[in-house]
Design a protein around this ligand. Structure first.
Ligand code: CMP
Length: 137
Protein backbone atom coordinates (compact mmCIF):
# COMPACT_ATOMS: atom_id res chain seq x y z
CA UNK A 1 0.00 0.00 0.00
CA UNK A 2 1.39 3.41 -1.01
CA UNK A 3 0.28 7.01 -0.59
CA UNK A 4 0.94 9.79 -3.10
CA UNK A 5 0.22 13.52 -3.19
CA UNK A 6 -1.91 14.69 -6.12
CA UNK A 7 -2.56 18.36 -6.90
CA UNK A 8 -5.21 19.43 -9.38
CA UNK A 9 -3.39 22.63 -10.38
CA UNK A 10 -5.05 26.05 -10.83
CA UNK A 11 -5.70 25.37 -14.55
CA UNK A 12 -7.45 22.08 -13.71
CA UNK A 13 -9.59 23.76 -11.05
CA UNK A 14 -10.54 26.58 -13.49
CA UNK A 15 -11.50 23.99 -16.13
CA UNK A 16 -13.83 22.20 -13.62
CA UNK A 17 -11.77 19.01 -13.77
CA UNK A 18 -11.52 18.15 -10.05
CA UNK A 19 -14.39 15.64 -10.15
CA UNK A 20 -13.26 14.11 -13.45
CA UNK A 21 -9.72 13.56 -12.15
CA UNK A 22 -10.85 12.04 -8.85
CA UNK A 23 -13.31 9.81 -10.72
CA UNK A 24 -10.50 8.42 -12.88
CA UNK A 25 -8.45 7.43 -9.80
CA UNK A 26 -11.49 5.97 -8.01
CA UNK A 27 -12.56 3.94 -11.06
CA UNK A 28 -9.07 2.42 -11.07
CA UNK A 29 -9.55 1.26 -7.45
CA UNK A 30 -7.42 3.94 -5.79
CA UNK A 31 -8.79 5.68 -2.67
CA UNK A 32 -9.01 9.34 -1.70
CA UNK A 33 -7.49 9.41 1.82
CA UNK A 34 -7.39 13.22 2.25
CA UNK A 35 -8.76 16.14 0.25
CA UNK A 36 -8.76 19.95 0.47
CA UNK A 37 -9.04 23.04 -1.71
CA UNK A 38 -6.22 25.43 -0.86
CA UNK A 39 -4.47 28.51 -2.24
CA UNK A 40 -0.87 27.65 -1.51
CA UNK A 41 1.65 30.17 -0.23
CA UNK A 42 4.86 31.08 -2.05
CA UNK A 43 6.87 29.43 0.75
CA UNK A 44 4.83 26.20 0.48
CA UNK A 45 5.22 26.24 -3.33
CA UNK A 46 9.01 26.69 -3.12
CA UNK A 47 9.24 23.78 -0.66
CA UNK A 48 7.02 21.60 -2.86
CA UNK A 49 9.13 22.31 -5.95
CA UNK A 50 12.54 22.50 -4.15
CA UNK A 51 14.15 20.06 -6.62
CA UNK A 52 13.50 22.56 -9.45
CA UNK A 53 15.03 25.57 -7.67
CA UNK A 54 17.58 27.25 -9.95
CA UNK A 55 16.00 25.99 -13.18
CA UNK A 56 14.97 28.68 -15.69
CA UNK A 57 11.26 27.91 -15.28
CA UNK A 58 11.26 27.90 -11.45
CA UNK A 59 9.84 31.44 -11.09
CA UNK A 60 6.99 30.73 -13.52
CA UNK A 61 6.29 27.42 -11.80
CA UNK A 62 5.89 29.06 -8.37
CA UNK A 63 3.86 31.94 -9.84
CA UNK A 64 1.50 29.55 -11.60
CA UNK A 65 0.93 27.11 -8.71
CA UNK A 66 0.13 30.03 -6.36
CA UNK A 67 -2.14 31.81 -8.89
CA UNK A 68 -5.37 30.19 -7.69
CA UNK A 69 -6.70 27.37 -5.55
CA UNK A 70 -5.45 23.83 -6.03
CA UNK A 71 -7.26 20.64 -5.03
CA UNK A 72 -4.74 18.76 -2.88
CA UNK A 73 -5.33 15.11 -2.12
CA UNK A 74 -3.66 12.00 -0.81
CA UNK A 75 -4.37 9.05 -3.09
CA UNK A 76 -3.76 5.59 -1.65
CA UNK A 77 -3.55 2.07 -3.01
CA UNK A 78 -1.34 -0.69 -4.32
CA UNK A 79 1.57 0.98 -6.19
CA UNK A 80 -0.35 4.27 -6.05
CA UNK A 81 2.66 6.40 -7.09
CA UNK A 82 3.26 4.60 -10.39
CA UNK A 83 -0.46 4.06 -11.03
CA UNK A 84 -1.24 7.77 -10.61
CA UNK A 85 1.71 8.87 -12.75
CA UNK A 86 0.58 6.51 -15.50
CA UNK A 87 -2.92 7.95 -15.41
CA UNK A 88 -1.56 11.54 -15.44
CA UNK A 89 0.53 10.98 -18.59
CA UNK A 90 3.94 12.46 -19.42
CA UNK A 91 4.97 15.82 -17.88
CA UNK A 92 4.88 17.43 -21.33
CA UNK A 93 1.26 17.02 -22.49
CA UNK A 94 2.47 16.78 -26.11
CA UNK A 95 4.14 13.48 -25.15
CA UNK A 96 1.08 12.23 -23.23
CA UNK A 97 -1.08 9.60 -24.84
CA UNK A 98 -4.79 10.25 -25.39
CA UNK A 99 -6.67 8.67 -22.50
CA UNK A 100 -4.26 10.06 -19.93
CA UNK A 101 -5.29 13.17 -17.98
CA UNK A 102 -2.69 15.44 -19.60
CA UNK A 103 -3.17 13.78 -23.00
CA UNK A 104 -6.88 14.59 -22.81
CA UNK A 105 -6.85 18.04 -21.19
CA UNK A 106 -3.49 19.85 -21.54
CA UNK A 107 -1.29 21.30 -24.27
CA UNK A 108 1.61 23.03 -22.50
CA UNK A 109 4.22 21.80 -20.01
CA UNK A 110 3.75 24.82 -17.72
CA UNK A 111 -0.01 24.31 -17.40
CA UNK A 112 -0.34 20.55 -17.27
CA UNK A 113 -3.44 20.22 -15.04
CA UNK A 114 -2.13 17.82 -12.42
CA UNK A 115 0.87 16.93 -10.23
CA UNK A 116 1.69 13.56 -8.67
CA UNK A 117 4.65 12.58 -6.45
CA UNK A 118 7.47 10.81 -8.30
CA UNK A 119 8.84 8.57 -5.50
CA UNK A 120 8.08 7.37 -1.96
CA UNK A 121 10.53 9.97 -0.59
CA UNK A 122 8.87 12.82 -2.53
CA UNK A 123 5.41 11.59 -1.53
CA UNK A 124 6.27 11.61 2.20
CA UNK A 125 7.76 15.14 1.97
CA UNK A 126 4.99 16.54 -0.25
CA UNK A 127 2.13 15.03 1.79
CA UNK A 128 3.53 16.65 4.98
CA UNK A 129 3.62 20.02 3.18
CA UNK A 130 -0.17 19.88 2.70
CA UNK A 131 -1.69 17.64 5.38
CA UNK A 132 -1.41 16.97 9.10
CA UNK A 133 -1.32 13.27 10.03
CA UNK A 134 -4.83 13.50 11.53
CA UNK A 135 -6.27 14.80 8.23
CA UNK A 136 -5.36 11.57 6.41
CA UNK A 137 -7.77 8.61 6.62
P1 CMP B 1 4.92 18.79 -12.16
O1 CMP B 1 4.64 17.33 -12.29
O2 CMP B 1 4.02 19.59 -11.28
O3 CMP B 1 6.42 18.95 -11.63
C1 CMP B 1 7.24 20.02 -11.97
C2 CMP B 1 6.60 20.93 -12.98
O4 CMP B 1 7.48 21.80 -13.62
C3 CMP B 1 6.00 20.09 -14.08
O5 CMP B 1 4.87 19.43 -13.61
C4 CMP B 1 5.78 21.14 -15.16
O6 CMP B 1 4.53 21.79 -15.03
C5 CMP B 1 6.89 22.13 -14.86
N1 CMP B 1 7.94 22.08 -15.86
C6 CMP B 1 8.80 21.07 -16.08
N2 CMP B 1 9.63 21.40 -17.10
C7 CMP B 1 9.27 22.63 -17.52
C8 CMP B 1 9.75 23.51 -18.52
N3 CMP B 1 10.77 23.16 -19.31
N4 CMP B 1 9.12 24.69 -18.67
C9 CMP B 1 8.10 25.04 -17.86
N5 CMP B 1 7.61 24.24 -16.87
C10 CMP B 1 8.19 23.05 -16.72
Amino acid sequence: MQQTLVLVKPDGVKKNLIGEIIARFERRGLKVSALKLVKITEEQAKYHYAEHEGKPFFGELVEFITSGPVAAMVISGENAIKAVRGQMGATNPLDSVPGSIRGDYALTIGENIVHGSDSEESAAREIKNFFKAEEIY
